[in-house]
Design a protein around this ligand. Sequence first.
Ligand code: XMP
Length: 528
Amino acid sequence: MSSFTLDKERNPAIIILDFGSQYSELIARRIRETQVYSLVMSYMTSAEELKELGPKGIILSGGPSSVYESGAPLCDPGIWELGIPILGVCYGMQLMVHQLGGVVNAATGKAEYGKAPLEVDDSTSLLRTLMNGSTMWMSHGDSVESLPQDFTSLAHTNSTPNAAIACHRRSLYGVQFHPEVVHSLGGMSLIRNFVYDICKCEPNWTTNTFIDEAISQVQNQVGDKRVLLALSGGVDSSTLAFLLNKAIGNQLTCMFIDQGFMRKGEPEFLMKFFDDKFHINVQYINARQRFISKLKGIVDPEKKRKIIGNEFIRVFEEESARLGPFDYLAQGTLYPDVIESSGTNIDPKTGDRIAVKIKSHHNVGGLPKDLQFKLVEPLKKLFKDEVRKVGQSLGLPDEIVRRHPFPGPGLAIRILGEVTDEKLTCLRDADLIVREEIRRSGLYHDVWQAFAVLLPVYSVGVMGDQRTYAWPIVLRCVSSEDGMTADWSRIPYETLERISNRIVNEVHGVNRVVLDITSKPPGTIEWE
Ligand code: XMP
């Protein structure tokens, strides 16, 4: 399977063997949180290869299979003899039991999903720091019926007698729950016990270590060739621009395509910031006219997104040919983007994950897969908050590192119906007021996104002695962890009042402000 290019100088302290769990990279991320270098590898990695890499510990991930079914992914039995501490998580624990002579069964009537309090029976090792009754996240249909020789049970739950197991003599451990997910309250503590107490790892993996190694990997990968990056001004592409600038300097060309749907002052801000201040080579492409003329008369949200997406690709192709040739395309792909594009099923022949289609709307603003470039994706294994830390360490200011997400199609999907220059001006002005007032109230970092939406309907109002007949602006403020689910933010009345007064008084064409109080689901964050 594709994994991080191995750095010859540094071997991973913890290797995670991936059996197809959606959480494999999350385990790696948790290990990084303990400042220990870890790497996810295919479950097919042989004991010989592992021995050569010399990790201090091995973690076997969960997975969707049942160990006793034919075709279930099994590991090289040689790994049990390596003398390296091993922690099996869920499927990983069942595999350990199965291969070492215990019994795993379909737990008829005993499947356990969701939170369960863990009753600790032996707190001498893996569970040393865990409180009795710690909530752990369970997700299993199968259960361990009987333990292999030399193993003991460390903990149980109401429906799982062997919720954590160990063979102390051989430093083999297994947990039926998922310590890596946030819902498992003592999870990080358990992971620390494994990493530090059992595997004796040193905390020496930091954001700066990541940056240094990513830089040398990029240098090795691209040599003296030219690299193109489509810069959007979001955290991911901005962090990438800084990283690549440090790695390859003027072999990097950034292309910033202004489709005309950016927030007020944004193109000017970005050019000033990257080009003037940091001397990163950014080519500004003014494509405003192209995009808006393509949207003339278009009201359907999906059509709008498709047109914008296609036009983006066309502009990108033309401009990269003009500025090129380039050998490499750099992309700010993050781990959550990768997981969306790969399934949890594993090809039994190659160990590769079987790809599934990405949700269509998050592709908008992205590039097609068949471009003639080789890809440079140094952030591919990171989660969003890790990218923020990398950005910060590289010297990106808070203004960029902690900015709210902004969709690829921009304000075009916040103007319902046809997009016109007049509506864009109106929405830009309203949006600026929302941002200013949310910042002024000190709420900017408490909310996930705060923005304005323009509705193409008219309502009656009165200003002075004049009757008005104008558009309403919707105020959309949400709190969220990852954008997948969201709740509407409880903004104080005083802030709402200031936003409403200012928008109605200062924005030409608007006479009413309404508040969106819909969570996601059932609503989405964006209106189109
Ligand atoms: P929804 O509206 O689906 O949005 O609840 C979830 C998150 O995704 C952002 N979003 C997009 N981001 N291209 C992007 O890069 C898009 O086409 C797109 N559509 C929605 C949205 O702002 C929110 O953070």
